[in-house]
Design a protein. Structure first.
Length: 150
């Protein structure tokens, strides 16, 4: 690490501790040439995840979109915000553990469908009706039959 005062590369770490957010490390450093101290922060570099939509356009992954869809599906249902947050955390863990830079929205949607079915059946049907773009009552009934057969 280069000293911000004298530009020497002869510096060393004298103290390390987690930063306030617990997602980075605060390091106190000492320049061996000029004797001045300075602070640096070390943070894990995350690769931006790109979502490939149904129409093949690409956009950056946005957790808020998933949460908003789940909140709409769970509107006036006995599902807490903590349960939704936990569900989104589980899905994010699965997505990021794949270590892929791109993921299809279909894959994310299917993960969501599997998890939300266990959470609340009505929320599942609501989410499925939008996600699977039900065109008529027959499609809706087919999805209900699949759910009831499980």
């Amino acid at each position: 690490m280069k000293c911000p005062f004298c530009s020497s590369e002869n510096t060393r770490v004298i103290d390390s501790r987690p930063a306030d957010d617990n997602n980075s490390i605060r390091r106190r450093r000492l320049c061996d040439d000029c004797g001045k101290r300075f602070t640096t922060y070390e943070k894990v570099e995350t690769i931006p995840l790109i979502v490939i939509k149904k129409d093949n356009c690409r956009e950056q992954y946005d957790r808020a979109k998933m949460e908003a869809g789940l909140l709409r599906a769970c509107h006036k249902r006995p599902v807490s915000v903590e349960q939704i947050t936990h569900l989104v955390d589980e899905i994010e863990t699965e997505i990021f553990n794949r270590e892929s830079k791109e993921i299809t929205s279909t894959y994310i949607g299917e993960l969501l469908m599997d998890k939300i079915m266990d959470l609340d059946p009505v929320a599942y049907v609501r989410f499925a009706s939008v996600y699977r773009e039900f065109k008529d009552v027959d499609t809706f009934m087919n999805e209900l039959k699949k759910m009831l057969d499980k």
